[in-house]
Design a protein around this ligand. Sequence first.
Ligand SMILES: [Zn+2]
Ligand SMILES: [Zn+2]
Length: 180
Amino acid sequence: MTEENTGGCTCGGEVGDGHCEQEKRLGWHEYFMSVARLISQRATCTRGHIGAVIVRDNNILSTGYNGAPSGLPHCNETNCRIYRSTHPDGTVEENCVNTIHAEINAIAQAAKHGVSIKDADIYITASPCIHCLKVLINVGIRTIYYEKPYKIEHISELLRLSGIRLVQVQVDGPEKHCSC
Ligand SMILES: [Zn+2]
Ligand SMILES: [Zn+2]
């Protein structure tokens, strides 16, 4: 067997009757970014819901979403605690002190279970902040695939100097095609 999806509609509906809902097979980028999106729905920081999936050779090694450390109250149960910091270019940013970012939680999950993530790629629903990017570089991530840009101007120099790849993936949700 070389290919599982042989195409063709088995829904039993008649051509053009609107009952056929056979889905087009997802590509790998769509697949992993869709998983990251789903994982983001577990996030608990009210400032943003982010999901991350670490992948090597098309296998998922680890996942993470942003939220409080295990056993501590989450932002959606209490409140975000915001702190402000000033970037060297003078821009002031706000972050939540309660929260571990999704990509760091994915790295923590891999470390906890002894899973090597060297030379893996990561899918994140938003581009990493500069702090997470530094850690992604040091754990040996090769390519960061992201969906939405987040303060991307702050990481351009680090990207250039480190050589880690940053690639935007646009996922518009699974298209449905009838091949009756
Ligand atoms: Zn929060
Ligand atoms: Zn971050």
